[in-house]
Design a protein around this ligand. Structure first.
Ligand code: PLP
Length: 499
């Protein structure tokens, strides 16, 4: 029988895995979750000697059990192939006593590639499983990395169009160039005069606008999402927690059954939530360490149980973590409240009305049991990049540096010497300006010039996919305000029809 997913806010709203992927977001604004997570189990014994693709296939098949064997094979093998510049897909390197999980070997050199390489395949097959012939328009808000990864993933896929909204002044030059030079007849990119939270909130409202939905239905079109609010983004991410564990067992670094820690540079709480899912289904994880930048709302929440967005939004050198409303936290709270939909609906109402909520004591305790959290400021980020390069010759990007420094704080605070993996979510060449100045001091040159210099001085090769970025033709020039995103989408739809 197909597994049942439900809205975090209402257990009367149910969906099969395929329906949940196609819809992206539940119509009441909640997020789709499997209620029976605690009964879904996977033994690491079964993963012995498995490569990344096999592990991904097992995990995805376990959750999305209405996909056929053939659909799973097509999706996994189509996603994880030579597009990645490492055979292992997610290699792990040892830096001092710490393991670094490199999630940036895909087409856009950030960790979003792992899930967004496979999401188009999952969505196409899910459409088939739902017997739907509607065209899908994917709406995506990005803090910089999701946008490009989604554009690459969905480029030229028949029956799907994609519109990406990015904060005009909130992304790095490399991130912006990657998006506005995007090729593919079905891709659209719009700069908005606002931040990521503005973009994400507006996308959620548009996804649930009943009048728009009815108007589109008449044209045989529907919306979906490529943000991590889509369960099809989240589940594939569980794979690298398992594959890394297997690698450490294979290399003799740990014995099967040993518990390890993971440190996750966190923004929308998708990546670390995949780690929580991995633990729930059986991966021996001790602590999940949630690293924040100066937008340290998650650190405060994990330590106090109070989620308060009444604070300034700070632009940092780790822009993909510049987020104050972490959508996936809602999924975690659903599980920590023992799947109490009404309770979650209440918290989200508090958030919508007073911009804050406070969880009950039992959840505060569980948060502290499962997680540990701290944050890293701008100076500490630079210092960590410089120090790790000087000590080990390893070049970290700014997001990875936030995680690395937070891990050092963890050791100091807890004396816990459990083997630990730091998740590296982007290549240093995605943020060459900040990385270069951290190591070699400030420079007036632009990011593309610093990319070259970073390569020359460190001896690291510039990844093929960003080489020559400055010479590419700019293909996307649309801009709008968060309040007019819906109009922009309708304009794109009617222009396309006039083509
Ligand atoms: C998206 C992103 C993050 C944050 O991941 P979440 O799943 O949103 O918590 C961290 N680092 C980089 C480089 C990213 O692109």
């Amino acid at each position: 029988m197909a597994r049942s997913f439900e809205s975090t806010r209402d257990n009367n709203i149910k969906a099969t895995p395929s329906e949940a992927i196609v819809m992206g977001l539940s119509q009441d604004g909640g997020l789709f979750v499997p209620r029976d997570l605690s009964t879904i189990k996977l033994s690491t014994e079964d993963m012995k000697d498995a490569g990344f693709n096999q592990i991904a296939k097992q995990i995805i098949g376990l959750f999305f059990n209405d996909f056929s064997e053939e659909q799973l094979n097509e999706s996994v093998n189509g996603a994880y192939d030579e597009k990645f510049d490492s055979k292992e897909i997610v290699p792990v390197v040892k830096v001092g006593d710490t393991f670094i999980m490199e999630l940036f070997h895909g087409k856009t050199i950030a960790f979003k590639d792992i899930a967004l390489s496979i999401l188009p395949y999952l969505m196409k097959n899910a459409e088939k499983n739902c017997n739907s012939t509607e065209e899908i328009i994917i709406l995506t808000a990005t803090s910089g990395d999701t946008g490009k990864a989604a554009l690459e993933g969905f480029k030229d896929i028949e029956g799907i169009r994609i519109v990406v909204f990015y904060p005009e002044h909130g992304v790095s030059q490399v991130q912006r160039l990657q998006m506005i030079t995007q090729e593919g007849g079905n891709t659209h990119v719009v700069a908005i005069d606002g931040n990521f939270d503005d973009a994400q909130s507006a996308v959620k409202v548009i996804l649930n606008d009943e009048i728009m939905r009815a108007g589109l239905k008449a044209k045989n079109i529907k919306f979906s999402s490529a943000n991590s609010i889509n369960i099809g983004r989240l589940i594939p991410q569980i794979a690298y927690y398992f594959s890394t564990y297997e690698k450490l067992v294979r290399d003799g670094e740990i014995n099967r059954g040993d518990r390890i820690n993971f440190v996750v540079p966190t923004g929308n709480f998708g990546n670390i939530l995949a780690g929580y899912f991995a633990k729930q289904i059986g991966l021996p994880i001790n602590k999940l360490i949630c690293a924040a930048n100066e937008n340290n709302i998650l650190r405060d929440f994990i330590n106090t149980g109070i989620y308060d967005t009444n604070r300034p939004f700070i632009k940092t050198m780790s822009p993909s973590m510049d987020i104050l409303i972490s959508s996936n936290l809602e999924r975690l709270l659903y599980y920590l409240s023992d799947c109490d939909n009404d309770y979650i609906a209440g918290l989200m109402k508090d958030l919508a009305t007073g911009k804050k909520y406070e969880v009950k004591d039992s959840i505060k305790e569980k948060l502290k049991e499962e997680f540990w959290s701290s944050y890293c400021n701008e100076e500490e980020t630079m210092e960590a990049i410089r120090r790790v390069f000087q000590t080990y010759g390893y070049v970290m990007d700014t997001h990875t540096a936030v995680a690395y420094k937070t891990y050092e704080d963890y050791i100091r605070a807890t004396q816990d010497r459990t083997k630990t993996v730091v998740l590296s979510t982007a290549s240093p060449f995605k943020f060459p300006g900040s990385v270069y100045s951290a190591i070699y001091g400030p420079s007036d040159k632009d990011e593309l010039a610093l990319m070259e210099e970073l390569s020359e001085r460190t001896g690291l090769l510039i990844p093929e996919v960003v080489n020559g970025l400055g010479d590419k033709k700019v293909l996307h020039k649309r801009t709008c305000k968060p309040g007019t995103m819906a109009d922009e989408i309708m304009a794109i739809i009617s222009e396309d029809q006039n083509d």
